[in-house]
Design a protein around this ligand. Structure first.
Ligand SMILES: [Zn+2]
Length: 458
């Protein structure tokens, strides 16, 4: 099967031009002005922007949590992602403390295989680093899982201490991988959560007040110091605030590079939501921050200190959120965003003049592909790349609402938001996956993306 996309305005991280794209099977094989090839199908993209398929490197699908699961599975989650122009997601495998990495990998692979609509890959969350786990790092890299997530919080479940962290960094560096981190001071947070509970301060606002900026800033600095010492490539997930970004900025003064991801919510919504009756919708960790932190993050993107905008998509239905109606510490953490990252960032970032079109592509697609070893197969538009393409109307206005979104959750964290710019058609490896609000591919089409070893030199 061949396809010809005519007259679209192609935007990559470093180019902007009008041309035709010719696709054979899953791959782009020609790009040029007024291509003359015959194609089985022709798509007219006049007046439209064409972006490389979005890559969301931070999602949690069917994630086990407090006896329940995040409400999007591989089918609903990757399909909702496609509706919003995200063609590849990276989910987190969570090792169970006491068990092997391999056991966790098999469990997650079992859930994803045959069920994903869009393409996916995995990070491996190492929650118990010991001699036997150490031996598995090489195996995981050979499987194409080259990034290893760590938690500096959730003691007794997910957290590793600094001794394990250093050991893991040494091994991951040897094997050509990267260590990523939820950077926060878990002990400080545990103390504040208990203090607030004893004082009877149980509303969602105290979720926020139990994780002050300093908890994230301190841990980000510690993580940067440890990666500097071990020379292991490091990446901070969902960075939210000025103090944490300044820790990264300080690290650059000794010529260090630490990769930083923020998420769409930290750029667009703030902690005032916790004072609302339905504040549990935005209970996530780290919590939403202040307006000054949003300003820092937008600046950080333009300064090149923040390379990636993900979502930390981890939806729970309202009835699941009600598990914590009398105690903020029992509210499942996370919010739904996988579908709206691309459109929200375009409307709030590009349309409002905060970032350029090229920067938009860089942080939603190109940088995640480069940092996580998928470039240039994914993350750009070029000859030989997977034909993962988003045809986007930059002028169409629409409103986000739970009644029409495709995520398996009964509310939207952005209900009623009016956006400018809409995903019209999405191609995944040459197949039209989404066209005019209809999904045209089935579960099982999505493939596991085996990733390459990583480098700090993107
Ligand atoms: Zn997460």
């Amino acid at each position: 099967m061949t396809k010809l996309i005519k007259n679209g305005r192609i935007i990559t991280a470093d180019a902007d031009y009008v041309a035709d794209i010719f696709i054979e099977g899953e791959i782009i094989t020609a790009i040029g002005k007024t291509l003359q090839m015959h194609a089985d199908e022709t798509i007219d993209a006049t007046g439209m922007l064409i972006f490389p398929g979005g890559i969301d490197p931070h999602v949690h699908l069917s994630m086990p949590f407090m006896g329940t699961f995040s409400s999007d599975d591989y089918t609903t989650g990757t399909r909702a992602a496609l509706y919003g122009g995200t063609t590849t997601v990276i989910d987190f495998i969570l090792q169970k403390q006491g068990n092997s990495l391999r056991a966790a990998f098999d469990e997650w692979r079992g859930r994803a295989t045959g069920n994903a609509v869009g393409d996916y890959s995995f990070h491996m969350a190492v929650t118990d680093f010991n001699d036997s786990t150490k031996g598995e790092i090489k195996e995981m890299v050979e499987e194409g899982i080259t990034s290893f997530k760590t938690f500096m919080a959730y003691k007794g479940a997910l957290m590793i201490d600094d001794r394990q962290m250093i050991g893991l960094m040494d091994e991951v560096k040897q094997q050509g991988g990267m260590v990523t981190v939820h950077a926060t001071n878990g002990d400080m947070i545990d103390y504040l959560v208990q203090k607030h509970r004893v004082e009877g301060k149980l509303s969602p606002l105290y979720h926020y007040l139990s994780q002050p900026e300093v908890t994230e800033a301190e841990a980000s600095e510690r993580f940067a110091d440890m990666t500097n010492y071990t020379e292991c490539p490091g990446y901070i997930v969902h960075l939210t605030c000025e103090g944490a970004l300044n820790a990264v900025r300080n690290a650059t003064r000794r010529n260090q590079k630490v990769f930083v991801e923020t998420c769409i919510q930290y750029l667009t919504i703030d902690a005032s939501l916790y004072e609302r009756e339905d504040g549990a919708k935005w209970v996530m960790s780290p919590p939403l921050r202040e307006k000054k932190d949003q300003a820092t993050l937008w600046a950080g993107i333009n300064q090149g200190l923040v390379q990636v905008v993900g979502t930390d998509h981890c939806p729970f239905k309202w009835e699941q959120k009600l598990m914590g109606k009398d105690d903020f510490s029992k509210i499942p953490n996370g919010h739904p965003a996988i579908e709206h990252r691309m459109e929200l960032l375009f409307s709030e970032g590009v349309v409002k003049g905060k970032i350029s079109l090229n920067k938009y592509v860089e942080v939603t697609s190109t940088n995640p592909a480069k940092i996580f070893g998928m470039f240039p197969r994914k993350g750009t538009i070029g000859i030989g790349c997977d034909a993962d393409l988003v045809i986007f109307d930059p002028a169409e206005k629409h409103t986000i609402t739970a009644s029409s979104h495709h995520m398996n959750v009964d509310y939207s964290a952005y209900e009623g938001w009016e956006l400018t710019g809409k995903v019209k058609t999405v191609l995944l490896r040459g197949q039209v996956a989404i066209n005019n609000n209809e999904c045209l591919i089935d579960k099982g089409y999505g493939q596991f993306v085996k990733r390459k070893k990583v480098s700090q030199n993107i």
